[in-house]
Design a protein. Structure first.
Length: 150
């Protein structure tokens, strides 16, 4: 699903807004500590699933942060993180967390953006509409198409 085909809602307009990367590992550690110190009112959303209607309870949010931190730390051998993006460095309200093993490369030319693994937001998220089903042509249809017989 391309950024242009995202729903036109407040949540997805915010998604397309300006974000700042948390590149230094020390800054990322500070972010985790800030979030753990203020775990209230965060919706945790996996864009591949249903959007939550309520913020995650404190205990579950803290457990989630441990999981997210462990996932990001899989690449702590790199000089910078580059997996977490914030709407505001001082007081974030919308955070994109990407799986560092599934981010692609900066030279990738795919028309489809790589979606974050999770979005943390004080705003209630909106579920993404399902993409249209991919129609896989039969072998016969592919052969006809190649032969120009259609």
């Amino acid at each position: 699903m391309s950024n242009g085909s995202l729903p036109d809602t407040d949540f997805w307009r915010q998604f397309r807004g300006r974000f700042f990367g948390v590149l230094k590992w020390t800054d990322l550690e500070s972010l985790w500590e800030t979030l753990k110190a203020s775990p209230a009112d965060w919706h945790v959303f996996d864009p591949a699933g249903e959007a939550p209607t309520k913020p995650l309870p404190r205990v579950e949010f803290l457990r989630f942060l441990d999981e997210a931190e462990a996932m990001i730390n899989q690449r702590s051998d790199r000089p910078s993180s580059g997996s977490v993006y914030l709407d505001d460095l001082a007081a974030p309200t919308y955070i994109k967390i990407f799986d560092p093993l599934k981010m692609g490369t900066s030279c990738s030319h795919s028309s489809e953006p790589i979606m974050p693994r999770w979005i943390l937001s004080h705003m209630v998220p909106d579920t993404l509409p399902l993409p249209p089903p991919v129609k896989n042509p039969t072998i016969f249809q592919r052969l006809i198409g190649r032969a120009g017989l259609h």
